[in-house]
Design a protein around this ligand. Structure first.
Ligand code: BTN
Length: 327
């Protein structure tokens, strides 16, 4: 863990209390002057840290920015998702950065955040709006030992974990629309983009990209999206702390990824089914230039949707664009 992560971790651990410079210096194996210099740097980033000669350092407030060291300190993990966190002020797409790291041989678990993306993308080649400092735009590099057939599990577990984190931090009740939309009161608040590098029978690596509209205001959305998309801030009427949500999201993702690796995908899928507004509905699914209609019945062990067509056949669908037909 970096020095800054350790300092922030120590300050957060005492909550309203304070940590003395001498204590920090001893724990970190550095001089008090060096600790002071790190504190000054953190202040320059916007951390409100008070210092008193007898009390020591106290963290009063953190800025509304994503700081890798702080996220690491709050996540307190050295393995799994978030063992390595990198934050970019701007990037084209965090999925591309994660993909590049994968091709360079980086181990799974690394997470890339960007404060803004200039070429954020959604499924089916759509553009993904990523205004600066208003959302969580991030990608997780994973190397699950599965066949590509089972890759939809990642989308399912990503949606389940995202919904849980939103419930926990924003106290809202999200629904999931298959395969990747998280909705609040019928409007999309988050989306998931899974990209794979795979051989016929093996996933080489997967990039799970997640975008959450956290503090966007109506003006941030182009007019044509306003009836379809929303943000936590719009729904709750107050801003949400992005770093707190980011930490909860990474924890929940790790929980569900680990559950799936342990052979408990069924439990994740059951939770997903309870959140899913698509199941039980008659839907049209567009896959390329083909459209299939039927009743969405369940997800299977590989994470694909099972659709009962009008002819009574059960089709296994792993991607597409869903439109509700009638209930
Ligand atoms: C969708 O709903 O179509 C998926 C949206 C996924 C957006 C995220 S933001 C972080 C990551 N980088 C991207 O370019 N896209 C994903």
């Amino acid at each position: 863990m970096t020095i800054d992560a350790q300092i922030l971790g120590a300050l957060r651990a005492v909550g309203e209390g304070a940590v003395s410079g001498a204590d920090l210096a001893q724990r970190l194996g550095m001089t008090r002057a060096a600790v002071w210099a790190r504190i000054e740097d953190l202040r320059r980033l916007g951390y409100d840290i008070t210092a008193s000669p007898h009390g020591g350092y106290r963290l009063v407030a953190a800025p509304d920015l994503l700081h890798a060291d702080d996220l690491l300190a709050r996540l307190e993990t050295t393995s799994g998702i978030g063992r390595d966190i990198r934050v970019f002020r701007e990037t084209e797409s965090t999925n591309d950065v994660a993909d590049k790291l994968a091709r360079d041989g980086v181990k799974e678990g690394v997470v890339i955040f960007a404060e803004t993306q200039t070429g954020g993308r959604g499924r089916l080649g759509r553009k993904w709006l990523s205004p600066a400092n208003k959302g969580l735009w991030f990608s997780v590099l994973l190397r699950p030992p599965w066949s590509p057939q089972d890759s939809s599990r990642l989308t399912i577990l990503g949606a389940t974990a995202t919904a849980r984190a939103l419930r926990e931090i924003a106290r809202c009740s999200p629904e999931v629309k298959w395969p990747n939309d998280i909705l609040l009161r019928g409007r999309k608040v988050a989306g998931i983009l899974l990209e794979l590098a795979a051989e016929t029978d093996r996933i080489r690596h997967a990039v799970l990209g997640i975008g959450v509209d956290v503090n966007l205001t109506p003006d941030d959305f182009p007019a044509e999206l306003r009836s379809l998309a929303t943000s936590l801030r719009i729904e709750l009427g107050r801003p949400v702390d992005r770093a707190t949500l980011a930490v909860a999201l990474l924890r929940e993702l790790q929980t569900d990824y680990q559950r799936t690796l342990n052979g408990q995908f069924e439990a994740v899928a059951m939770e997903w089914e309870s959140l899913c507004s698509t199941l039980g509905q008659y839907v049209s699914i567009r896959i390329g230039d083909r459209t299939i209609e039927g009743r969405a019945e369940a997800v299977d062990g590989g994470g694909a949707l099972l659709l009962r067509t009008e002819h009574g056949r059960l089709e296994r669908i792993s991607g597409g664009d869903v439109t509700l037909r009638r209930s």
